[in-house]
Design a protein around this ligand. Structure first.
Ligand code: HSE
Length: 373
């Protein structure tokens, strides 16, 4: 199959390329690399058809593809997808951007959770397959067992989202802020070592974080030594767009928009590199003890890891750092809450660039080209 790949140099695209190489996906396809800025240069992996990079705005060349796989972003999707479809292109469009997600013709792909929805859409001839919001996908993967058994009445999800979710430049800015703080606070640190007052030390650090010198071009605010309790745009309803997505996308993925599960919470950006965490309060449809919940969660899929609810295990296995760069979806801190026998807590972590972005796309491509994953 002729597969056009767009946005492969960006952060999600680079993770996707790494995963495709690792899983030998290129052996199954004839890739053509497209770019909005590098047309004519050598392709990173020359195919027989196109040894050079093609122009990502060339509808005629794009129309020759059986599949288009794009991580180029929403603006590209909004510009090119309608033109391709209007030109009669009937290929498969696989996309990481949110633009098409809630369109009725589009399927949000997360095959370990909604393979049945994907298969039904393929049988119906649907052609637009869009990766979900990272926080939503990671939540559904962690809780897949409970969703499959229809044991969830509602979820309150309080997120701790990494800088990567905002983009590559934000990851750099977070570390630049940390470096700024480290360098600039050399004197107070030395003073603290020498036994100076902690209140003096704290005042010195807070001053450094507030002054004009700290880089905030991306976040608009210090994230190092701070947090930002708003992600994505303001819907004007008191809810952020990121918070709205949790319920809207999750219920679409689960194919239960007619009888939705209420999912909502507060989405917060924290000074972490690439793993999103979520603290959950879940109301079950019936009383269950924590051990029974753990058993159900274990059966959710091959990536979920139930972490024993102890201090040592939580510190070892349930941190963004422990998960970074892996496909594991740990979930722990599971216990019954005093609100009643139907209420449990949980904490889950996932790599926002892997399962949160690149992996569902890669697996969808594999499903289309080989009929299996
Ligand atoms: N919107 C998410 C975030 C990541 O800002 O963390 C992409 O889904």
């Amino acid at each position: 199959m002729r597969v056009g790949i767009i946005g492969w140099r960006g952060m999600v695209g680079s993770v996707l390329m790494e995963r495709m190489r690792a899983e030998d996906d290129f052996a199954l396809i004839e890739p053509t690399f497209f770019s909005t800025t590098q047309a004519g240069l050598s392709a990173p992996l020359a195919s027989h058809a196109h040894a050079l990079i093609c122009d990502a705005n060339d509808i005629a060349v794009l129309s020759g593809m059986d599949v288009i796989l794009t991580c180029q972003g929403g603006a590209y999707t909004e510009r090119v997808h309608p033109r391709l479809r209007a030109a009669g292109w009937g290929g498969y469009w696989i996309d990481a951007a949110s633009s098409l997600r809630m369109q009725p013709e589009a399927v949000i792909i997360l095959d370990p959770v909604n393979r049945d929805v994907i298969d039904a859409a393929l049988r119906r001839g649907q052609r637009d397959f869009i990766g979900g919001n990272c926080t939503v996908s990671l939540l559904l993967l962690a809780l897949a067992g409970l969703f499959k058994a229809d044991l969830i009445e509602w979820i309150s999800s309080m997120t701790y989202q990494a800088a990567s979710g905002a983009g590559a430049a934000n990851m750099r800015e977070l570390v630049a802020q940390m470096a700024y703080l480290g360098l600039e606070s050399g004197a107070p640190i030395a003073d603290a070592d020498a036994g100076a007052s902690i209140l003096e030390f704290d005042r010195a650090i807070a001053t450094r974080l507030r002054v004009a010198g700290i880089p905030v071009a991306e976040f608009g605010q210090a994230l190092a030594g701070n947090l930002i309790p708003w992600i994505d745009s303001d819907l004007g309803t008191g809810q952020s767009r990121e918070e709205w997505k949790s319920g809207a996308e999750a219920n679409k993925i689960l194919d239960r928009t007619e009888r939705p599960i209420a999912i909502d919470g507060v989405c917060v950006r924290v000074g972490v590199m690439r793993c999103h965490s979520q603290a959950l309060t879940i109301k079950l449809r019936r009383p269950m003890d924590a051990a029974a919940v753990e058993d159900v969660l274990r059966g959710g899929n091959s990536w979920v890891r139930v972490i024993q609810n102890t201090r040592d295990e939580s510190m070892r296995a349930l941190t963004p750092l422990a998960v970074s760069g892996t496909m594991d979806i740990p979930i722990g801190r599971i216990r019954n809450l005093p609100m009643g026998p139907q209420y449990i807590s949980a904490f889950t972590v996932g790599d926002q660039l892997l399962w949160g972005a690149a992996e569902p796309l890669r697996r969808m491509l594999r499903l289309i080209v080989s009929g299996t994953i």
